[in-house]
Design a protein around this ligand. Structure first.
Ligand code: PEP
Ligand code: MG
Length: 571
């Protein structure tokens, strides 16, 4: 069978049994029963199995993700033992002589609707808990398998339509050897998480979930973007050989771990990492990262039932800053929305979520959420070298408002006698074309730019970063992108500021020579890309690359740019 092709999302090769992560079909018929007692017994047994599963998941979550993440499962366990929910289900079975599935569904729906309609965040969270728990109990009543990614205890490759960031956060890296999905691109958050977990992944295969059956052995080739289903003995040997070569290559790269990132003509650039959690910092240090160029704080808000408190956030930021010692740490304020949802915030469904109510737009309106985060950051600022940046800035006005709120919170803290660092740089992400175009005006007011090409490309070419159908338009080397990036770097330098890039483009081997020639100061990428990038940069001449600048900026197509760079850099 020919391999399935997809997008190589995270380097490496994995060979293991497939584990399908999909909510099973939970449809059922309403039936009348002659023996309600037997139905109640079925219900009691489904509740007991669900409870014991949730206990185990809670234990795993606590061990691998910490207490906060485990809390969501305590809430689910409470639902299972709550007589206010369970007794009416039993009464319904007894009085109406209906099957347990119907009684469970009707009763749960009634509570869900009641709680959802309340103007009280806490009660709405309870509705979400009931929804989640009912699915699990229903699966056990119907005798179908309910996936439990946190309980995986043998080596597997996870197969899914898509993986949300919170699904990915639950995967146990000890056993999950890799994953592959139907949808997504190199910059979808599942791909980004795979790279920070350092497990091979192929995304955007369109139909891997249909092609693979439970128990099939598969190979995920995260280097070339291929998935081989039920490989022959020879194919397994071939890929085991590739796995070994990849390990050897990693050992070669590791030799540069403590070296600076310098071109062959002596220009030093910063190679820093993108992280999602404090646990990712060890990967940054092991891979020779010179700092953190993007801390995506939204993961603190995900996979739980309520907003993180100021103290919880403070502990996370402090931990990252302390672990990084005096190395720079750029923390991005909350960027929720787009493909990153928070169920408990009940944001309205939108036609175009990537163009909608997200990131700084939401933070400026819900300034209670924003201020809590800023206070936590400011309090943590004395533990290391903190820089703060705001995401999705489209207008100067948004930047000014965000900065004013930050300074106001800083004043309040200082007045109250709390220590706050005095040299926190305040910058923005440049991921919206309007901001890239008027970067000169911004450069007068911000301390730095970090170019977010994952979004900048999708907005410039009007091509959804999650949609494989239009992925041919998602072109990092498009001359329009190069011109915008160039404009941002020039604008920063004209004001004596620095310009970095934290989109995936910064770690791409074709883009790196282009960006060096354009004068980018800081390259922020997945930790595992740092050492290959440092190896590449060692062999490049900044002066030579800068001499191609005008030629590259006036090219007609991305293909021309790519062919030119391949030829000049022997790739
Ligand atoms: C970006 O848009 O390039 C970026 C780094 O942010 P995110 O991928 O989290 O949207
Ligand atoms: Mg972005």
């Amino acid at each position: 069978m020919a391999p399935l092709t997809g997008i190589a999302a995270s380097n490496g090769i994995a060979i293991a049994k497939a584990y399908k992560l999909a909510i099973p079909d939970l449809s059922f018929e309403k039936t009348k029963v002659d023996h309600p007692d037997q139905e109640i017994e079925r219900l009691t047994s489904a509740l007991a199995i669900s409870s014991s599963e949730l206990e185990k998941i809670k234990k795993h979550a606590r061990a691998s993700l910490g207490d906060e993440h485990a809390e969501i499962f305590s809430a689910h366990l409470l639902v299972l033992s709550d007589p206010e929910l369970i007794d009416p289900i039993k009464d319904k079975i007894q009085n109406e002589k209906v099957n347990a599935e119907f009684a469970l569904d009707e009763t749960a729906q009634m509570f869900i609707q009641m709680f959802e309609s309340m103007d009280n965040e806490y009660m709405r969270e309870r509705a979400a808990d009931i929804k989640d728990v009912t699915k699990r109990v229903m699966a056990h009543l119907l005798g179908v398998t309910f996936p439990n990614p946190a309980l995986i205890d043998e080596e597997v490759i996870v197969i899914a339509e898509d993986l949300t960031p919170s699904d990915t956060a639950q995967l146990n890296k000890q056993f999950v050897q890799g994953f592959t999905t139907n949808i997504g691109g190199r910059t979808s958050h599942s791909a980004i998480m795979a790279r920070s977990l350092e497990i091979p992944a192929v995304v955007g295969t369109k139909n891997v979930t249909e092609q693979v059956n439970k128990g099939d052995v598969i190979i995920v080739d995260g280097i070339h973007g291929e998935v081989i289903i039920n490989p022959t003995e020879d194919e397994i040997k071939f890929y085991q050989q590739k796995q070994e070569e990849f390990e050897q290559q990693k050992n070669e790269w590791a030799k540069l771990k403590d070296e600076p990132s310098v071109t062959k003509d002596g220009t030093h650039v910063e190679l820093v990492a993108n992280i999602g959690t404090p646990e990712d910092v060890s990967g940054v240090l092991n891979n020779g990262g010179e700092g953190v160029g993007l801390y995506r704080t939204e993961f603190l808000y995900m996979g739980k039932n309520e907003l993180p408190t100021e103290d919880e956030q403070f502990e996370a930021y402090k931990s990252v800053l302390e672990q990084m010692k005096d190395k720079p740490v750029v923390v991005r304020t909350l960027d929720i929305g787009g493909d990153k949802e928070l169920t408990y915030l009940e944001l309205p469904k939108e036609m175009n979520p990537f163009l909608g109510y997200r990131a700084i737009r939401l933070c400026l309106e819900r300034d209670d959420i924003f201020r809590t985060q800023l206070r936590a950051l400011l309090r943590a600022s004395t533990y290391g070298n903190l820089k703060i940046m705001f995401p999705m800035i489209a207008t100067l006005d948004e930047f000014r408002q965000a900065k004013a709120i930050l300074l106001e919170e800083k004043d309040n803290l200082v007045q109250a006698g709390t220590a706050v660092s005095d040299d926190i740089e305040i910058g923005i992400m440049v991921e919206i074309p309007s901001t890239a175009v008027i970067a000169r005006q911004f450069a007068k007011e911000v301390d730095f730019f970090s170019i977010g090409t994952n979004d900048l490309i999708q907005y410039t070419l009007a091509a959804d970063r999650m949609n494989e159908r239009v992925s041919y338009l998602y072109q990092p080397y498009h001359p329009a992108i190069l011109n915008l990036v160039h404009n941002v770097i020039e604008a920063a330098h004209a004001e004596g500021k620095w310009a970095g890039m934290c989109g995936e483009m910064a770690g791409d081997s074709i883009a790196i020579p282009i960006l060096l020639g354009l004068g980018l100061d800081e390259f922020s990428m997945s930790a595992t890309s740092i050492l290959p990038a440092r190896t590449q940069i060692k062999h490049l001449s900044k002066e030579e690359l800068a001499s191609y600048k005008d030629q590259l900026l006036s090219m007609n197509t991305a293909d021309e740019v790519e062919a030119f760079i391949r030829e000049k850099t022997n790739q």
